[in-house]
Design a protein around this ligand. Structure first.
Ligand code: PRX
Length: 631
């Protein structure tokens, strides 16, 4: 590829070009893809007007670029490698030819169920090949996929189905996950009983576990009953550059989850460009990203990015510690994995099991190690570098978000110098700025502030589904004319960036984004809860843990804690369960009724001094009472 960066000189040239002449820069890259019609303009609209468009006027289908484009040269190359939860189950592979055929058949199967271009399809599945296949099948026919992580509850699933009015739900009978099976169909049934889910007309069920599930006549269809009859000939739908490709829900600092919308052409170019340059995957490499396709990392760096580049992508159904803490390393050895892209939380969890487990496996195939999802602490970075990478594998600590579509700040493997805990330098096309407390740009050079991005990049989100006002408010109002990330950041004397974590009321628990307001709402639905306040605290493995302060009319009754956990599991899912629940007689509120979270964060961190100005508190004595009961 003409645009593949191979040295720091290439990087400098590309960066300058992307700054001086973004239209030519991105047009040259875009030309290397398959289009049905070329664009009229490369970039149009602006951040100020929240009407950014890339490659407007162009027509394409992303799956032709992921699949058809490779058939001639790489038809027999493995596109997808599947490692099952059970290490004794044989791994499955799909060559590009096989994946193309399977996606086409699946696309026709979905079409036969009445799905047309623009319809939304919800995928609530475990990490089986059919999930990736369904994602691509939707894109093939122009249906908008909305993948919901299999760890969310029936209620959370129903809320997401309702918000974007999905017509079809694709699920499994159940999913294997470590020692557990997740009853996905039963949870789906429960979700579909809610009035908001009436928009679902059909449920397509893929059998994975062989669980006994009930099938509703006229609504539910087994995948294996219709798949064979579907034609393997599926002409790719013609999509406009800005047609929606997918919606993915993520948590914000207030209210319900936001349906982050990504459109077709810009996302495609961004996914392909960032994957190629950050990971530097070569033709015979086997790349493995350990994320779940239910999160953005699995969309961009298991599915679209690798396939757009003709790479071999690995999908793992299970968890890092099943059947034991050596599973990741066993998979690396078994499949000669060259690129491993995982989250700091997994690294820390595996680190706790000692280096012997890692050293007992042959990890010679590894070339590049990636980190994503949360700040990586120095200890974990060093362990990853020394014990896993034997100091031979560059670590790409890649910073990005659901909203950014792909990586914005990251070392390029083997090219950029790395530094523990630093995401280092922005990719070409990305112009980060740090904002001071007055809302001014921190002058270039060493500094600290809130991280914003100054100009549009192709992969940026185009909106929140059905709520453009919230979109403007959330990302473009704090610093007019800039995209505000919600992250705090430092820049050092080498102009390297280090992301320090969220500056809003969003927690990052094991790399999962959790909105404090959502957890507070879930707890507040318990009949004996009067009010709850959620803050994060440092957690050795999870990065951040969830600390809940709860006012209840059963103060002193410890049994309510289990009920509170059950409420969170019911309304959101087990991933949002608080690690600590403290029953309190009141919360530190200002006279205007605002909770002073700063104080609650300090108490949760066992820092009992320097609370700052507490004179505006309605009842300052509450602080001491909370301190006494701290967990
Ligand atoms: O706080 C940042 C953190 O994860 C947030 C985005 O979460 P999500 O949309 O779920 O996407 C996660 C996968 C891209 C960011 O606002 N984050 C992500 N990557 C890093 C990070 N924090 C520090 N370093 C990173 N490499």
């Amino acid at each position: 590829m003409s645009w593949k960066i191979q040295s720091m000189e290439d990087y400098a040239v590309a960066y300058q070009k992307s700054k001086k002449n973004p239209n030519d820069f991105w047009a040259d890259i875009a030309k290397t893809f398959t289009w049905k019609r070329e664009w009229d303009s490369v970039l149009s609209g602006s951040i100020e007007n929240t009407d950014v468009k890339w490659f407007d006027g162009a027509e394409l289908n992303i799956t032709e670029n992921c699949l058809d484009r490779h058939l001639k040269e790489r038809g027999d190359k493995v596109a997808l490698l599947f490692e099952a939860n059970d290490p004794n189950e044989a791994a499955r592979t799909y060559t590009y030819k096989e994946l193309h055929e399977t996606v086409c058949k699946t696309a026709n199967m979905i079409k036969d169920l009445g799905i047309k271009k623009g319809d939304r399809v919800c995928l609530y599945m475990s990490m089986v090949p059919e999930l990736l296949i369904s994602v691509l099948a939707c894109a093939r026919i122009g249906a908008v996929h909305s993948v919901v992580f299999g760890g969310f509850s029936a209620e959370a699933l129903a809320g997401r189905i309702e918000d974007c009015e999905c017509k079809l739900l694709i699920t499994n009978d159940a999913g294997f996950r470590g020692a557990k099976t997740i009853p996905l169909k039963n949870i789906s049934d429960e979700a579909l009983e809610k009035p908001g889910s009436k928009c679902i007309e059909k449920v397509l069920v893929h059998k994975r576990v062989g669980e006994n599930v009930s099938m509703k006549e006229g609504r539910d269809i087994w995948w294996h009953d219709v798949y064979d009859a579907a034609s393997s000939d599926c002409v790719a739908e013609v999509m406009q550059a800005e047609d929606p490709l997918f919606i993915l829900y993520t948590s914000g600092s207030t209210g319900k989850p936001k349906g982050i919308l990504h459109s077709t052409a810009g996302y495609m170019v961004w996914a392909a460009y960032t994957f190629a340059n950050v990971f530097q995957v070569e033709e015979n490499d086997t790349y493995w990203c350990t994320a779940d396709i239910g999160w953005i990392t699995g969309h961009t760096y298991i599915t679209y990015g690798p396939l757009l580049n003709g790479a071999t992508t690995t999908m793992f159904e299970g968890v890092p510690t099943y059947p034991d803490a050596g599973r990741f390393w066993e998979i690396v050895e078994k499949h000669s994995i060259s690129h491993l892209y995982t989250a700091p939380t997994a690294i820390r969890a595996l680190m706790a099991h000692g280096k012997e487990i890692v050293e007992s496996k042959n990890l010679k195939s590894l070339k590049v190690l990636g980190s994503v999802g949360e700040p990586i602490n120095e200890e974990a970075w060093n362990w990853y570098n020394e014990v896993v990478g034997k100091k031979n594998c560059p670590i790409v600590d890649s910073w990005w978000q659901t909203e950014t579509g792909g990586i914005l700040i990251s070392p390029l493997a083997g090219i950029t110098e790395t530094k523990p805990c630093y995401a280092t330098l922005p990719l070409p096309g990305v112009f980060p700025v740090l904002m001071d407390t007055e809302g001014n740009e921190v002058p270039f050079g060493k500094g600290e502030g809130n991280l914003c991005i100054k100009t549009p990049w192709p992969g940026m989100t185009r909106g929140i589904w059905g709520d453009m006002d919230r979109f403007k408010q959330t990302y473009f109002s704090a610093y007019p004319g800039y995209y505000f990330t919600g992250d705090g950041c430092k820049r050092d004397e080498d102009s390297f960036y280090r992301i320090t974590g969220r500056v809003d009321d969003v927690l990052n628990v094991s790399g999962h984004r959790i909105g404090t307001a959502e957890v507070e709402d879930a707890i507040g639905q318990h009949r004996d809860v009067i009010e709850a306040a959620i803050v994060g605290f440092d957690h050795d493995i999870k990065g951040q843990g969830i600390y809940a302060y709860v006012i209840t009319n059963r103060l002193g009754d410890e049994s309510i804690k289990a009920e509170i956990l059950a409420a969170v599991t019911k309304h959101i899912g087990a991933i949002a369960k608080p690690d600590k629940i403290q029953l309190v007689p009141g919360l530190p509120k200002t006279r205007s009724g605002k909770i002073m979270r700063r104080i609650l964060r300090k108490i949760a961190a066992h820092e009992f001094s320097n609370f700052g100005d507490t004179s505006t508190l309605l009842d300052p004595s509450i602080v001491d009472k909370i301190k006494e009961g701290v967990l």
